[in-house]
Design a protein around this ligand. Structure first.
Ligand SMILES: Nc1ncnc2c1ncn2[C@@H]1O[C@H](COP(=O)(O)OP(=O)(O)O)[C@@H](O)[C@H]1O
Ligand SMILES: [Mg+2]
Length: 406
């Protein structure tokens, strides 16, 4: 089931071809994904539909000290302004280095870069601040450093334009999901398992305006936090620790009753909902029932799987009718076997659904989000919108981001 949108482009049919590097760092703060992508519009397509070809993907882990500082800053109640500024510039350097590494491995002339940056704070829903409701978002990584180092224009800060139109500024991957996976006769659900779990729903034959998307809750964020706290490791490789543990059912039930899981989409989440404070409470509640840390990890893994099952039942499947659905999973969590088994158990009982990884569909799981920001940069460069208003809640489609010229 290779996606036709990621197959080789033929030059005679395309216009506006560019080679674009997408730079992505997610809420896991595990590192930097670089996707080198060739993007073009199809000449005969009435809406000039973009087509993409993934040339290469490189994953560069953050140095341990950098990751630690990012996590501290995300959770800090009061971080120093000097340090924030320093980190913003240091990340710009690291992003530039990561693109250079990708180009060393796959030499190609770049035309454009799209850099998501590292989210340090995201508050998609307005809260009262200094006399007015304020929603805000902040991605770090100075684009001028990347543009200067690579000699290529950089599009960055994709989220604010959507937020300014009343959207949640997230998720922004739905455009890529639509371009790469829409299908005339099959429903497609694209589930990403990063720090946060988000999904895009593309009903069979849907237009771009008919798709919707939302965050279902944590994917790896709580699992990672418990593994680090209890075992001193970064993540639960292949889900082996969760596999050894016993799920504490009453804790899963208790947390599933939380407000985020009940809220109707559109909705987005981050460390503000499922960060250090949440994980601390979750671990304390698990410890009341079991002293075995692997039980807490198994319970956090079950919470992710169950919340995905719940989202499917409450918010997704009612709008899909009786047509077969391909449920396509991407992101680092696709490598967690215990989590994947849990998701299978949750979803497969509901009938006409087939679960695959995006690897199996011709798009490497780890490259997908970086490809999305290459596509969004391409859109912006051509003054085309990048958000899907039904996914973010924005009042209209918007051209996203800021352009820094080299
Ligand atoms: N081999 C693996 N086994 C289990 N989990 C993994 C594995 N590789 C990565 N992960 C999980 O995926 C996360 C990173 O996924 P990623 O898609 O990069 O998320 P984000 O977009 O939030 O950075 C890691 O923090 C870890 O929890
Ligand atoms: Mg990542």
């Amino acid at each position: 089931m290779k996606s036709s949108s990621t197959t080789k482009l033929s030059p005679e049919k395309e216009i506006g071809a560019m080679t674009v590097a997408g730079i992505m760092s997610g809420t896991s703060a595990d590192g930097i994904d670089i996707a080198l992508v060739r993007i073009a519009l199809l000449r005969n397509s009435p809406i000039h539909f973009p087509r993409m070809e993934l040339l290469s993907h490189v994953a560069v882990p953050y140095p341990a000290g950098v990751r630690k500082r990012i996590l501290q800053m995300m959770d800090a109640d009061n971080a120093s302004v000097a340090e924030m500024s320093q980190l913003h510039w240091r990340l710009g350097q690291l992003y530039a280095d990561a693109v250079k590494l990708a180009l060393k491995q796959y030499p190609v002339r770049l035309d454009l870069i799209g850099c998501h940056g590292q989210t340090i704070y995201h508050q998609g829903v307005a809260r009262q601040f200094l006399g007015a409701p304020v929603a805000c978002t902040w991605q770090m990584g100075e684009a001028s450093v990347i543009a200067a180092e690579l000699g290529v224009p950089v599009v960055s800060d994709f989220r604010p334009a959507d937020l300014a139109l009343g959207g949640q500024g997230a998720p922004l991957v739905p455009l890529l999901d639509y371009v790469a996976f829409h299908h005339p006769t099959r429903n497609r659900v694209l589930q990403n398992l990063g720090g946060i779990a988000n999904l895009t729903v593309i009903p069979a034959g849907a237009s771009q305006q008919e798709i919707f998307a939302f965050d279902t809750g944590p994917a790896n964020m709580v699992i990672d936090a418990l593994i680090t706290e209890c075992f001193g490791r970064k993540y639960d490789a292949q889900g082996m620790t969760a596999k050894r543990g016993r799920v504490l059912e009453s804790a899963v039930e208790l947390y599933l009753r939380g407000r985020f899981f009940q809220t109707h989409p559109p909705k987005s989440a981050g460390r503000e909902q499922f960060g250090r404070e949440f994980s601390g409470r979750f671990l304390a509640d698990c410890r009341k029932q079991s002293k075995r840390p692997e039980d807490a990890v198994a319970t956090a893994t079950a919470l992710t799987a169950r919340s995905i099952g719940r989202a499917w039942k409450d918010f997704v499947s009612p709008s899909l009718g009786n047509i077969s659905t391909d449920y396509i999973v991407a992101g680092g969590g696709a490598r967690n076997r215990t989590l994947m088994e849990g998701i299978r158990r949750e979803l497969e009982s509901s009938g006409k659904i087939s679960i695959k990884t995006s690897d199996e569909c011709g798009m490497p799981t780890a490259a997908k989000e970086a490809m999305a920001f290459a596509l969004l940069a391409y859109q912006t460069w051509h003054r085309r919108p990048g958000n899907v208003p039904r996914a973010t809640g924005a009042t209209r489609a918007a051209i996203l981001g800021r352009i820094t010229h080299a």
